[in-house]
Every structure is written in C-alpha cells, then in structure tokens.
Design a binder for this molecule. Structure first.
Ligand code: 26A
Length: 346
C-alpha cells in the first residue's frame, strides 16, 4: 500500500451533491422554504429533489467545506489539500470523488454501506438560493474513522485545519479532535459558522468548538443569528466581529481573527490580542458587473478557500483576504460552487 503523503491543509465536513435548479415562489411555498436559507431536510421535504430534477436541475458537486477544499487547491501547488467526510456506495459518491480528483484534492472518504450519498436541493430565485440538505451518508461520519492510523497520520502531518460548521450537526468529537491537535501543536484551526440555523439550533455544539478557532468565518446573517442566540443585544456587524474575536481561546499563542463577509459590502475583520484589545479592518470586495454574475451559491465557500490558500502559503492576513475575495469573484461567475476552467491565476 502507498504510504499516505502529508497535505498541509485538511478539511472536514459533509460531502454533498447539489441538485440545483431555478424555482419560483410556488415551489418555495410548497416546501415551506425561505428564499435565502440553508436547512436540514425533514420528511416533508423529501420530494423536492424529484421536483428540482423535473425542472432540469444541474448536478453540481457541493458540500460547503468540500467547495472550500477545491477552492484552496485551485490556488495552491499540487497535493496541498486533503478532504474528509462520508459518502455512500453509489453514483453520486463517485461523481464527488472524481470531481475532487480532477481538482487535485485528495479525498479520504469513509464509505457507508447502507446510506446513499448526501444531497442538497438548491432552489434559485433571482439572486437568492434556498438549500435543503438530506445528509444521509454524510451523517454517518464517525470519530473512529478520523482515528484510523492512516487517516490520523494525515491529521498529524497537516498544518492547517478547516472545518465547515455544518459538521456540527454530524460529529462534534471529530471537530474537537482536530481542534485539540491544533491547539497542542500550535497549528491553525479555522471554522465557518455556515448557516444561521447552526448558530440558533446547534448553539451548544458551536460554543464547544469556538475556543479552538484561530479564524472564525461567518456572513452577516450568521453573525446576527449568533448575536441573537447569545443575547448580545446588537446587530452591528463590527461589534459582533469584535466580540467573536474576544471569545475565550484555547491556544493563547495565536490571536483570534473573526472574518465577517457581507455580500457586496466590505468584509469586516476583527483581530483579537492577548491584552483583550481588538483591531478592526475593512476590505472592499472585488466588484463584478451584474451581468457577469452567474449565481452566488458557494461564494462564501470560495472566499474561505482563497483565504485558506493564502494562510497555507504563508501570506499575510491582508493578502489572504484579497485571495479570498478574488476566488469568490471568480466562483460567482460560474454555475454553483465551481471555479473557472481552464485555470486562471491570481
Ligand atoms: C448540514 N448541511 C445543511 C449542509 C449543507 C451544505 N454543506 C454541508 N452541510 N447545506 C448546504 N450545503 C452546501 O453549501 C454550499 C453552498 O455554500 C451546499 O452543498 C452548497 O454547495
């Protein structure tokens, strides 16, 4: 057997296939969906995938952190990124594996024998997207898989960890294991809050992993959901970013950086310090003409991917933010969470 190589960036989350189509208010209403949201599918949502396929849906590789992994690898030298999660033994799982291979991302999937590969129904209405996820196999990820010697050796060789907050619904112990490894060896641990429902309904799980984060990512709606859930009494994004940066931290050798994206508005970055003071920086996004936008699904994942590439490549915080904004601007010109092919260079 080939000895696994080390990859500097290790990403963990839910591998999903996106089933994405244009919809309308009637479709949103039929399933009780908001125009712009991400939820876990309940029984009443299970027909939506067929409805989307009937609307000529595209099958696009998704899963938020898997998009980030592909994005980071897009901007890094070969063999920089490994992605971990659980798929089923089926055609959709094969599509995900092949797409990652093509993108140069090494995958170490756990393959569940019983459940199908997870899928995410994406309803596009104008510039909004509503996502409804049936995790299926993705929900079967277990800490035992991460602790297998050949997988754990990749964890030990990695220098930077990126976890999608959506995984808080699946396997908190795996996230904590990565956080502990990072804190013990002064490596970098990053986490995205991923969706308002994570801040609202998985609050305790989220709070159990935030102390490990060196970089916490969220968008404006997730920031506000977090603030509301913690009765911070503010919807001011800069204030929330500052408070996120000041939350308790396990590894005190690194400051916490909280990064809040807000669509076309500037990205807010709050940098904590050992003394408790916080520095705030704002970064304008790269403007794209309205006509050039294809769809914004996955823009945040792309931003995180470009940012991770910067950090893994030893770039400064400011440069890493710019790399994130560059990759996000490229991704929104593609269909779904994808990147231009042939490859463009930063
Ligand atoms: C557990 N949930 C709800 C999810 C997701 C998810 N990825 C992991 N877990 N719900 C939506 N996504 C992904 O988000 C991307 C856009 O940011 C979709 O698969 C889509 O590719």
């Amino acid at each position: 057997m080939a000895v696994p190589q080390g990859y500097p960036l290790l990403c963990l989350e839910n591998p999903l296939l996106d089933i994405q189509a244009r919809g309308d208010d009637a479709l949103l209403e039929k399933y009780g969906l908001k125009a712009n949201d991400a939820i876990l599918a309940e029984d009443k949502h299970m027909d939506i995938y067929e409805d989307l396929i009937a609307r000529d849906a595209k099958l696009i590789p998704g899963g938020a952190a898997q998009n980030t992994a592909r994005g980071a690898q897009y901007m890094l030298p070969e063999q920089s990124v490994v992605y971990i999660g659980c798929i089923g033994k089926d055609k959709y799982g094969e599509i995900l594996k092949k797409t990652c291979e093509k993108a140069g991302v090494h995958t170490e999937y756990r393959v569940d024998e019983a459940q199908p590969t997870g899928k995410c129904g994406v309803v596009i209405t104008g510039h909004n997207r509503s996502m409804c996820t049936h995790l299926a196999a993705a929900n079967e990820y277990k800490i035992e898989h991460l602790k297998q010697p050949e997988i754990w050796s990749l964890v030990e060789k990695a220098q930077v960890y990126y976890v999608g907050g959506y995984h808080l619904t699946v396997c908190v112990p795996a996230i904590i294991a990565l956080g502990e490894e990072a804190a013990a060896k002064n490596k970098t641990f990053m986490l995205s809050i991923s969706a308002p429902f994570i801040a609202q309904f998985f609050k305790d799980q989220l709070d159990s992993v935030l102390p490990y984060t060196d970089y916490t990512f969220c968008n404006e709606t997730e920031a506000i959901a977090y603030s509301e859930g913690h009765q911070w009494g503010t919807e001011d994004i800069t204030e929330i970013a500052k408070k996120l940066a000041q939350l308790p931290k396990k590894n005190t050798q690194r400051p916490r950086v909280a990064i809040v994206t807000q669509g076309t508005l500037p990205t807010i970055v709050a940098i904590g310090s050992a003394t408790g003071s916080v520095e705030v920086k704002e970064f304008k996004v790269r403007e794209i003409s309205k006509e050039a936008i294809n769809d914004t699904n996955g823009a945040g994942d792309a931003f995180a991917g470009g940012f991770c590439a910067g950090i893994v490549g030893g770039k400064s915080l400011d440069d890493s933010i710019d790399m994130g904004q560059w990759l996000a601007s490229k991704s929104i010109q593609e269909l779904g969470p994808s990147y231009p092919f042939p490859k463009q260079t930063y």
